[in-house]
Write a protein that binds this ligand. Sequence first.
Ligand code: PEP
Ligand code: MN
Length: 262
Amino acid sequence: ANRLFHSEDSVYNIKGKTIGGKNIALIAGPCSVESQQQIEDIAKKVKRDGASFLRGGAFKPRTSPYTFQGLGTAGLEYLKEASRKTGLPIVTEIMSADYMDQFVEYADIIQVGARNMQNYALLKELGKINKPILLKRGLSATIEEFLLSAEYIMANGNDKVILCERGIRTFETYTRNTLDLSAVVAIKRLSHLPIIVDPSHACGRDWMVSSLSKAAIAVGADGLIIEVCEDPENAVSDGQQTLTPFCYKKLVKELRVLAKAV
Ligand code: PEP
Ligand code: MN
């Protein structure tokens, strides 16, 4: 992952959409896939409003085992259908290497969530496949630990890693996590890998997402992954940090202006 071995920024082309380089990649969609209708409707809306990738969790790493755990394989199938109808590539989280074949078939970018950043057995298996991996920073991981986790994937043969800063745990409890934008600046210097920002999980509050998104682009992030759904109040997970399509659209407009300036 070190720039010493690769001075140019890595750029990936994923079904005609790029991540890395001059482009700003926008990934949007609900926290969880809830139904076929839900994911297809929101896919159409975020596409219309400027997203180039669709996110949605089918296997959910929930803090409590008593809350919604995701639709599993059915969720992957709904994502695939939403992708087929909109042309948006899919970003979705894997939690166990047991499901590798399904993820290789259904996902265009496989996400490793914060809680699995140091699941080295999983990272090694992801190193053996030929798919881009979106690796999220662990809840308490240092920048060095984060980059070494990327190395676990790359050392096993898969060099298509996208990093994601999603906030870290600090003493502050007002926000869900503390967004570490300095990590973006540091990683841009240390590594050639693209790094995107997840403002939604970083702050946990919908009204902060827009400002943090702009700040992320201003410091040089290669893209954003943002939770968007039709009816955040009734979402099965993370509604409090999820934007409506209306707010997402407004944000994308503002980001386009900003992107030209930075
Ligand atoms: C997610 O993106 O749905 C998610 C669970 O994020 P994180 O792993 O960053 O908490
Ligand atoms: Mn979420």
